[in-house]
Design a protein around this ligand. Structure first.
Ligand SMILES: [Zn+2]
Length: 185
């Protein structure tokens, strides 16, 4: 059973990776290969930028929005809740189901996949709120210019790929949310 799920995971990630390469016409590099391997893909970093984005007034207000809305604390609380859930599941698998350590770790890895995606979407929601805050303070023109600039510095992952791997929404999604218009590089 565990084996079947792991093979399904690899197949699903491979499909996602091929779809991404097709749609973005960009190479994945060695990280793309590492992302296919269960457990390894839990720690492979995902580069988000081609170059460091320029500091902007919009970004400052965006960060102010995060602070104002207590996003950091909420995000950490969500992390703690998920961690407790993971500890509980791990203990359950080891004690009640009498699994080996390796099996329990692999099941935990699989169970974490949907939770991680939900957590990403929660983080995205916070980003939209911070963007909205900055938009209200600075107006459309500034927001648009900031999004354009961000678009040139980020790696434009697709929405589906970003939902699986990124804690930050892409500029295309953020601009769609605040400007009703998708801005791409
Ligand atoms: Zn943010």
């Amino acid at each position: 059973m565990l084996g079947i799920f792991l093979i399904l995971e690899i197949a699903a990630r491979l499909t996602l990776e091929i779809r991404e390469r097709r749609l973005t016409q960009m190479r994945g590099g060695v990280f793309a290969l590492l992302r296919l391997i269960p457990l390894v893909n839990d720690i492979v970093p995902l580069p988000e930028h081609r170059k460091a984005p320029a500091e902007s007034e919009f970004q400052k207000k965006h960060e102010e929005g995060h602070a104002e809305l207590r996003h950091g604390i909420l995000r950490n609380l969500a992390k703690i809740a998920l961690l407790l859930l993971a500890v509980w599941l791990f203990a359950f698998l080891l004690a009640s189901r009498e699994m080996s350590l390796v099996e329990a770790v692999l099941w935990l890895h699989l169970a974490a996949i949907p939770f991680r995606t939900v957590f990403h979407l929660y983080c995205w929601h916070q980003e939209y709120e911070a963007d909205h805050y900055a938009f209200e303070k600075l107006g459309k023109k500034v927001a648009k210019a900031a999004m354009r600039d961000l678009a040139t510095s980020e790696i434009p992952y697709t929405k589906l790929f970003a939902a699986i791997y990124r804690e930050h929404p892409t500029v295309a999604i953020r601009s769609q949310k605040i400007l009703n218009k998708e801005i791409k590089a």
